[in-house]
Design a protein around this ligand. Structure first.
Ligand SMILES: [Zn+2]
Length: 468
């Protein structure tokens, strides 16, 4: 069983490697070539979906799918729609949501393919509703190829015989895509060590010092905490590259990593719905390139109308061009981003993300000075706190009355003094926006708790008091 399992994985990685080499050729495409490729892939996906999924057959009943379809004619679908119609949306009638959920529930590190041919993943549900995503073995190889492509984008093409050592710091959940992709590629290509983000900093530092990774990958908040550990002399590693993803990478975090290791982190856009990885920064660090040969990403406003490059949208519509098992066509993702209006100097035809503002459901609602409710973008909370070098990490939690501001201070910093300064800075910021400053409770803590339920991800700004 074990030998057969390893052979199957080796076979998948070998195929994924050749697929990634094929992707390399797309780097030199023109924008026209890329858009033609998207149209062709979309047509095949739509016609397959209509033939094999009763959900899409009904949804597109009024559209002539025999001709080349216009993307904008297709109605977007939400996660709730996807999950409510799961069994009729997938294109293999043997795939039933209840059975897939049962399969996920008993997954371990060495899971066999479901029915011998399907890979099943779940999203962590940090936005409320848990999603279940399924791909067949061929599609899963594309996901592994995306993982290898991200590594290539950050300058780490596979190396033998001294394999690159990758330390991946996240909470260990085998149903999550980053976990599965790294396990899948941990055969011959990279030597991957997973370190649990929830075990406490001292344990993480010890593990990293012993492993001496070439690549460190993890949440940006975790990587910047490690940078502080390095600067203060407890951590002694010399990574060539740092890959970050899953949370917002701020300027302050980048600065800390540059100071600690002399390198700029590469930001990677993980999105299970897009296979696994929607995009990655290249060596120019001009924002993450979206892998537009594998997905169509539309930046749209609240009414799903396209917004031009350079302008922030309310959400993204994602069309996954390679998953025919569970077609996701104009699928709503709540990330608020803007695409760069200028191409990246590297010459790749893929657009880059100029600004990544977080998820629209992260908005904080306060009273306005002029009355009424006032939406404050989470970005406005980052700036005031990042101005303080004395603060290692922070988190805002809005409660029914007021906001708790948790801060982790560097050694030797007076908590009382900081509390006053932080309050003053935040009040100035919120009032300058036109919001009435709520009660602010500054709470110095030893460390932030990382929740294994969300893969140890730290949500910097969260509200427990959403408007009804
Ligand atoms: Zn580039």
């Amino acid at each position: 069983m074990r030998v057969k399992y390893t052979l199957k994985r080796l076979h998948d990685v070998t195929r994924a490697l050749s697929l990634r080499r094929r992707f390399d050729r797309h780097d030199t495409w023109s924008r026209e070539q890329l858009e033609r490729h998207q149209r062709e892939k979309l047509s095949s996906l739509v016609s397959y979906a209509v033939q094999h999924s009763s959900f899409y057959k009904k949804l597109y009943a009024h559209i002539d799918t025999k001709r080349e379809v216009n993307l904008h004619d297709l109605p977007p679908i939400s996660k709730a729609t996807l999950m409510d119609n799961f069994d009729s949306l997938v294109t293999d009638p043997r795939l039933k949501l209840s059975e897939l959920q049962a399969h996920i529930g008993q997954l371990t590190r060495d899971d066999p393919y479901y029915l011998g041919e399907y890979r099943v993943l779940a999203t962590s549900g940090s936005t409320g509703l848990k999603g279940v995503f399924v791909s067949n073995r061929k599609e899963w190889r594309t996901t592994i190829a995306e993982y290898l492509r991200c590594a290539a984008f950050i300058g780490m093409k596979p190396r033998l015989p001294n394999r690159w050592k990758v330390a991946q710091i996240a909470a260990g959940s085998p149903v999550h895509v980053s976990y599965r992709a790294s396990v899948s590629s941990d055969v011959g290509q990279f030597k991957v060590k997973r370190i649990d983000a929830t075990t406490g900093m001292a344990n993480i530092v010890t593990a990293l010092n012993a492993f001496q990774p070439d690549i460190v990958s993890g949440y940006p908040s975790m990587a910047s905490l490690l940078a502080v550990e390095q600067m203060e002399g407890r951590l002694l590693i010399h990574p060539r590259t740092i890959g970050t993803g899953g949370e917002m990478l701020t300027e302050d975090m980048k600065r800390k990593m540059r100071e600690a290791w002399g390198i700029t982190p590469h930001d990677i856009y993980g999105l299970t719905e897009a296979g696994a990885y929607l995009g990655s920064e290249c060596s120019f660090h001009r924002g993450m390139h979206v892998f537009e040969d594998l997905v169509i990403a539309e930046v749209v406003d609240e009414r799903n109308r396209a917004v031009p490059d350079g302008v922030s949208g309310a959400r993204l519509l994602i069309t996954n061009l390679f998953n025919f098992t569970q077609p996701l066509i104009r699928y709503e993702v709540s990330d608020m981003i803007s695409m760069a209006a200028e191409p990246c100097p590297c010459g790749r035809p893929f657009r880059t993300i100029a600004v990544m503002e977080g998820r629209s459901d992260d908005m904080i609602y306060l009273q306005g000075i002029a009355g009424g409710e006032f939406a404050v973008h989470p970005l406005n909370f980052h700036g005031p706190l990042e101005a303080f070098d004395e603060i290692k990490e922070y988190q805002f939690v809005q409660e029914w009355k007021g906001i708790d501001v948790f801060i982790v201070l560097r050694q030797g910093v007076s908590a009382d003094q900081m509390a006053d300064r932080v309050k003053k800075k935040l009040k100035e910021k919120l009032e300058s926006l036109g919001a009435r400053c709520p009660e602010l409770r500054i709470r110095p803590v030893e460390r932030m708790e990382r929740d294994p339920q969300t893969m140890g991800k730290l949500k910097h700004v969260q509200s427990n008091s959403k408007p009804r």
